[in-house]
Design a protein around this ligand. Structure first.
Ligand code: NAP
Length: 214
């Protein structure tokens, strides 16, 4: 595939670009300030910033180029606008707050645990440069659990991306934890999204979960 990669020199993009090429894709790197013509590309992948992603994705969908979006911090209102644009243009826009397969399993296991242990809190821990808080993964996990689930955000040097879902019951604690130690963890999920994108309906599809069993 001819891939337009927004954020190619970022922490995720710089790991992703060579892996996409190894997988046989042609990567056209885009950094902030570059002028871009999406025409002629099969797909755009965005790992940029919450304040940049919307314009990038709108430009690509508007040009009829489907998108795979890893950038977090997109609100429901923005997703609804992107969904309307993607449907109008008849193209797919796949958005995942977490492309690590283990993190998706953590969310599934948390939803299962909540059937028996209703009282939960989430602790998400990320590197200090992360722009948004709470993380997209923490918000997506909370949405799967009943009631209002408190989320605690930790930002410290040395961390990559980590999350614990804690379930308390009388005399017991269940902890479900996922650790991302390097950005390579996101590569298989992005490759899966690229492989399956064409099978999705036009519009926005959210969550790697939607691709794992399909
Ligand atoms: P990062 O290291 O800050 O990289 C972002 C890159 O995007 C930078 O090189 C930045 O360039 C560039 N950029 C900014 N605006 C741009 C624009 N308009 N067009 C093209 N490039 C632009 O951040 P990161 O850690 O790689 O994370 C990127 C995003 O992915 C964040 O939102 C993060 O939360 C998210 N993320 C998602 C997942 C997932 O699995 N879904 C996993 C990890 C991270 P400048 O420095 O010049 O501005």
């Amino acid at each position: 595939m001819r891939i337009l990669l927004f954020g190619a020199r970022g922490k995720v993009g710089s790991v992703l670009a060579p892996k996409l090429e190894e997988a046989g894709h042609e990567v056209h790197a885009v950094e902030s300030g570059d002028s871009v013509d999406p025409a002629g590309h099969d797909v755009a992948v965005d790992f940029t910033r919450p304040d940049a992603v919307r314009a990038n994705v709108e430009a690509c969908l508007g040009a009829g180029v489907p998108c795979v979006v890893g950038t977090t911090g997109l609100g429901d209102d923005v997703l609804a606008d992107l969904d309307a644009l993607a449907r109008e243009r008849g193209v797919q826009c796949f958005v995942a707050p977490n492309f690590a397969v283990g993190a998706v399993l953590m969310m599934r296991l948390a939803a299962e645990a909540a059937r028996s242990l209703q009282k939960a809190e989430i602790v998400e821990l990320h590197h200090e440069a992360k722009a948004d808080a709470p993380s997209g993964t923490a918000k997506a996990t909370a949405a799967l659990l009943p009631g209002e689930v408190p989320i605690h955000s930790v930002r410290l040097p040395g961390l990559v991306a980590h999350q614990e879902v804690l379930f308390g019951g009388p005399g017991q604690l269940l902890t479900i934890r996922h650790d991302t130690f390097s950005r390579e963890a996101f590569v298989p999920g992005v490759l899966l999204a690229l492989e399956r994108l064409g099978e999705l309906s036009p519009g926005v599809t959210v969550g790697l979960d939607r691709l794992l069993d399909a």
